[in-house]
Design a protein around this ligand. Structure first.
Ligand SMILES: [Zn+2]
Length: 224
């Protein structure tokens, strides 16, 4: 089985579904991770970002090794400004990846995250994975990204309401190890993007379904 993870920034894939990725690769599935923006250049648009970009890529590669990811693709869309890029252009990039990897399962961002790149990524994935005849994509799952999903405007229609859980009791430690590769992106407790908060969330999601630890998803579409 081939799995495609489409994330806006390097670290979102591990925060959102690192435990599920490790379970897929343990089971022999091929996992490809595609990043659409670099996660760096919005911080100080006038600065020279070469070194920071290289570090972020190295972090992504280290995390991918820990999780067993087969291939990484790096996009160069403008960070935190993906709303300035036509949706068609973003969707075409995703479409190309879907055509070349032919995934059956796609993981991506929740539709209502606070981060504009996350929202744009979700839209692009839904556009690229239109259920046309011959489409390989059977399952689309939206993950939660600490410090973006729970920071959206509180509104029942935009709530992250999970319908799909993956037991990550056996892979949570690897997820945390992969997040440690992204040390520059992590924050001290009690920030939601701290390793402690990620562990707490995993145990909370697990406890809601009778498991030690879990990742929660919104099943966006499933065709069987
Ligand atoms: Zn992100």
């Amino acid at each position: 089985m081939t799995v495609l993870v489409v994330a806006a920034h390097p670290d979102d894939e591990t925060l959102g579904c690192g435990g599920a990725i490790a379970r897929h690769t343990d089971a022999g599935d091929t996992v490809i991770v595609m990043f659409l923006a670099d996660g760096v250049t919005s911080r100080d648009p006038d600065a020279d970002h070469a070194a920071e970009l290289a570090r972020r890529r190295q972090a992504a590669e280290a995390a991918a090794r820990i999780l067993g990811v087969a291939d990484l693709a790096f996009g160069d869309l403008p960070d935190n400004r993906m709303d300035t890029v036509p949706l068609l252009e973003i969707a075409q990039a995703v479409e190309l990846a879907v055509a070349s990897y032919a995934p059956t399962t796609v993981y991506t961002h929740h539709r209502h995250d606070l981060n504009v790149d996350h929202r744009r990524t979700h839209e692009a994935v839904m556009t690229a994975c239109r259920p046309q005849p011959g489409s390989t994509v059977a399952t689309i799952l939206a993950f939660e990204t600490p410090s973006s999903t729970e920071w959206r405007t509180a509104d029942p229609t935009s709530a992250f309401a999970p319908t799909w859980y993956v037991d990550i009791g056996a892979t949570l430690d690897r997820k945390i190890l992969a997040l440690e590769a992204y040390a520059e992106e992590m924050r001290p407790w009690p920030h939601p993007r701290s390793t402690q908060a990620v562990r707490h969330l995993a145990h909370w999601r697990g406890s809601t379904v009778g498991r030690e630890a879990a990742e929660a998803f919104v099943l966006t579409r499933h065709v069987s």
